[in-house]
Design a binder for this molecule. Sequence first.
Ligand code: ADP
Length: 308
Amino acid sequence: MITTVTLNPAIDTRYFIDDFKEGKLFRAEKIVKSPGGKGLNVTKILKQLGTDVTATGILGGKNGEWIVEKLKERNIKESFFISSKETRVCIAILSNNSETEILETSETIEENELKKFEIIFTELLEQSEIVTMSGSLLKGTKKDYYRKLVEIANVKGKKVILDTSGKALLEGIKAKPYLIKPNLDELEYVLGEKIDNDKKIKRAVYKLKELGAQNILLSMGKNGAFYFGETNFKIIIPKIKVCNTVGSGDSTVAGLAKGLHDNLKIEDTLKLAMACGMSNAQKMETGAVDIDDVKSFQEKIEIVKFEL
Ligand code: ADP
């Protein structure tokens, strides 16, 4: 089984408004709500890939209940800790040429609630081979909270894929997660400067490895990815028409988790991961793929070894 951790989920609400402008009154005729948070996107993709997956994390209030209901409708197994704090709502206003996002910060979680979540998490590990941890930490957790969770999983010999950013990533990698999936923005944060050449990528990778990163998939949108592991690979993807790239990184994480879970060769795992990211980029829905497209993309992706 794969366990996905979403500490800070949200109800993603999209308003479709023509000619949206700041400071005016608008009525939203079309509204689409969905369970959101990067870990829940990973979960939705794993479910589509036919994997045994259980979602965990922290939910609360009416919004939390709504998310549980939506996961049930999709037959997704979940074991969330139910907190006294209301789960947040994130809003995206999609207009003709613009996308405006308003992301609520979470309410502050109490230490004793975190302890209760950790009990659920530890129990789930017993039946899990792979664990993904995605997204931001919620208010009330220390910046090294992922480090704590990765350490719990490592003790049990479970492989962790950690996909987060900023301080949470820098602290989290100190626990040596099996795999991390930064993008270029995240690498720039690590290096503290703009990355505009391969030398800088190399410096950032060395820094991540020094801090504790084991294997690194650096995803670069339409430019494919680099994998830094026992062997290093450049992953070259074909040009495609895209619709909505939000969630492509999460889809990539799902492909990585599935490949590791099924003990695929690393080259095949990387192809699956890229194909999932690409297929998501072609869908309007965030955290969705077309299985036939995933299969056909896998055949068109090229993997080339290189020395660091
Ligand atoms: P993140 O969402 O974490 O920033 P990326 O944008 O790097 O992640 O996307 C992850 C993967 O999804 C890419 O490596 C690629 O396989 C696919 N992808 C994303 N954007 C595009 C695009 N515009 N064209 C083709 N594939 C894409």
